[in-house]
Design a protein around this ligand. Structure first.
Ligand code: KIV
Length: 266
């Protein structure tokens, strides 16, 4: 396997090949994702919900995101590593955005950052790109806007909202973003956006007619069980497997089966 670069991601769209991205927040899971030849590892602010057990993504801090990016970095050999700008790390202005995005690159070892928002952050995307920090935009359902949106709701359903999303996608492309995450938008709209912009669209809840797909790894593996969004799919049930193994350990200790001679020193 060969180290993936932004150029490889762009080429996949040009060649009509699907792009894959999964989240990871530490060494062992990043290793798994990397060994499975996924194109990009996203250290998502979803860490707040699936690892920290919080209600939404808002409380996770820059220090925590940089820490998790460093852990994931050690597990990634081939995939492109993307750090997710947490709430209030860029909304306060371009200077903060540059400093914080720079921390992902310098301290975390990320090769790009992801940033949520529409036209209001176009100038920030432009400034980051000018500072040689590749940017993945994220439009549609942007979880950091959970309070304004009144929950995690599908976006772009009305004609006005759909036109706004198209304008945002074009705006992100013009600002220099190398890719756009489209979250929870109707699939026909996602298809239109994918045809309009020249950069790759990575869907989550955006249907099949996009250039790539991203999922939260803990949803895919069946580790996070508090809820499963309609657009996610469980490919394994690791929480159940884990509980089964732990129960077996308990039983074996109680019955004197573990440790056996094999696990003991002579
Ligand atoms: O934080 C995250 O994991 C994300 C993906 C779901 C796109 O933003």
């Amino acid at each position: 396997m060969k180290k993936k670069t932004i150029q490889d991601i762009l080429k996949k769209k040009a060649d009509g090949q699907k792009i894959t991205m999964l989240t990871a927040y530490d060494y062992p899971f990043a290793r798994m994702v990397d060994e499975a030849d996924i194109d990009m590892v996203l250290v998502g602010d979803s860490v707040a919900m699936v690892v920290q057990g919080l209600e939404n993504t808002l409380p996770v801090t820059m220090d925590e995101m940089v820490y998790h990016t460093r852990l994931a970095k050690r597990g990634v050999t081939n995939a492109l590593l993307v750090g997710d700008m947490p709430y209030m790390s860029y909304q306060t202005g371009v200077y903060d955005a540059l400093r914080n995005a720079g921390r992902f690159i310098k301290e975390g070892g990320a090769e790009a950052v992801k940033i949520e928002g529409g036209l209001e952050i176009a100038h920030t995307v432009e400034a980051l790109t000018r500072a040689e920090i590749p940017v993945m935009a994220h439009i549609g359902l942007t979880p950091q806007a959970v309070h304004r949106m009144g929950g995690f709701k599908i976006q772009g359903r009305t004609e006005e909202a759909a036109n706004r999303l198209i304008a945002e996608a074009k705006g992100m492309e013009s600002a220099g973003a190398f890719a756009i995450v489209l979250e929870a938008v109707p699939m026909e709209l996602a298809k239109r956006i994918t045809e309009i912009v020249s950069i790759p669209t990575i869907g989550i809840g955006a249907g099949p007619h996009v250039d790539g797909q991203v999922l939260v790894l803990y949803d895919l593996l069946g580790i996070f069980e508090r809820f499963l969004p309609k657009f996610a799919k469980r490919y394994a049930h690791l929480k159940e497997e884990g509980i089964k193994a732990i129960r077996q350990f308990k039983e074996e200790v109680e019955k004197g089966i573990f440790p056996s001679e094999d696990q003991s020193f002579k």
